[in-house]
Design a protein around this ligand. Structure first.
Ligand SMILES: [Fe+2]
Ligand SMILES: [Fe+2]
Length: 267
């Protein structure tokens, strides 16, 4: 708690403005710990940055300019996949911090505590994947990464309902669908260590999506909106990607999204 003034917003902003990945991960875990221990006052006296700080590497490319990763189980292919996952986890730290810092003042202590715990999980995921990359002789920053991940945050910065509908309930939910395939791919290549890390991440991500559905339901309740209809409407307005099967229905159900496959197919 050294360089901030003791408000939770200032502590979150300070973590967002750290560029060095390991330092950001450590600062994020410290903010979550300090908030849980009551060491930060519940004040939202500073604004969140439009863009968090980024390290000089990885070089960020437009999604269309990204080199193709290939599908094989070669070590090079597995490193490229782990690097892409490390980048997603790194941006996920900032997405969770921004959720807590941007919307927490209006939503209350439970909201802030939930999203700071998500940010701490993402910092742990990043650390696990980054350590695995180093064991395989690479590192985060050695390859280019995708620059589109922050767009969802910018597009939904005006409204907590839109942010919840898109970030946890579409993007993180998509992680539930694709991670089992990646786990199979690492297992088939004999890389059980990476497979184990992804299994741990998948279990945590179910909880993150569940926080998304819980807080979205609370917002809908206050605004007298039907969660299913309002979610569909927000996705149609703010999400430009494709939502297509396969869906991991059992993980989605555990995350409180039982109707989403049906909703998505009806979009
Ligand atoms: Fe994660
Ligand atoms: Fe997550």
């Amino acid at each position: 708690m050294a360089e901030h003034d003791g408000s939770v917003a200032a502590a979150i902003r300070a973590a967002l403005m750290i560029a060095e990945p390991r330092d950001k991960a450590l600062a994020t875990r410290a903010v979550a710990r300090d908030f849980a221990a009551g060491r930060l006052s519940f004040r939202f006296d500073v604004a969140m940055p439009d863009r968090p700080a980024r390290p000089a590497e990885p070089v960020l490319l437009a999604p269309t300019a990204m080199p193709r990763r290939g599908r094989g189980g070669s070590e090079r292919g597995r490193i490229a996949l782990l690097h892409a996952i490390a980048h997603i986890e790194f941006v996920a730290i900032d997405l969770a911090l921004d959720m807590a810092g941007r919307f927490g003042g209006g939503r209350g202590a439970e909201f802030v505590s939930d999203w700071l715990s998500v940010a701490a999980d993402e910092a742990m995921h990043f650390a696990l994947v980054e350590r695995r990359l180093r064991t395989l002789g690479s590192r985060y920053g050695a390859l280019p990464a995708h620059d589109g991940l922050w767009d969802a945050a910018m597009d939904t910065a005006h409204d907590v309902a839109a942010r919840l509908a898109i970030v946890p309930m579409v993007l993180e939910a998509r992680g539930l669908d694709v991670t089992p395939v990646m786990i199979e791919r690492f297992t088939a290549a004999g890389d059980t260590t990476s497979a184990r890390i992804l299994k741990r991440i998948l279990d945590d991500e179910i909880r993150h999506v569940r926080f998304g559905t819980k807080h979205f339901a609370m917002v809908c309740d206050e605004r007298r909106e039907s969660p299913d209809d309002f979610w569909k409407c927000l996705v149609a307005r703010h999400f430009r990607g494709d939502l297509k099967p396969p869906f991991n229905d059992s993980a989605r159900q555990r995350a409180g999204l039982p109707l989403v496959s049906a909703c998505v197919l009806a979009l």
